[in-house]
Design a binder for this molecule. Sequence first.
Ligand SMILES: [Zn+2]
Length: 151
Amino acid sequence: RKPSSEWALHTTFYKHKPHARAVVHTHSMFCTTMAVLGEPIRAVHYVIGDAGAAEVPCAPYQLFGTEALAEAAMEVCGKSNAVLLGNHGLVCCGKDIKGAYGLACNLEYVAELQYRAMSIGKPNVLTEEQMAEVMVKFQSYGQPGAKKTGY
Ligand SMILES: [Zn+2]
């Protein structure tokens, strides 16, 4: 079959993130809402730690299906396993498709929380120190011996 029009976007994750074995790209409502605002997804809930970073940055707008879009995404991605695409959506990766999909779902949850909090006030964002604690705890999260797909 013909590859996705976003093949360059998917490929750049495999090239630059050696642990990535699956990439998910979505136009999910709340992630895309943040992308329309040019706002990163912030640590308004500890679940964002699933992205491997305390913030999911937003790349500037580029035309869909272009290498410029893939380059812009990787330029701002840093150590995060996810990035928002300005006025477009979200792309994220995982060690398998279940992990990448789970991360996309968790980020949609955090983006919705951020949206709701911004609608009625100023969200309290967890500090780098608080998120560092989360990252340490995520390493031993879940049942011993259970296959981990996300955090
Ligand atoms: Zn798209």
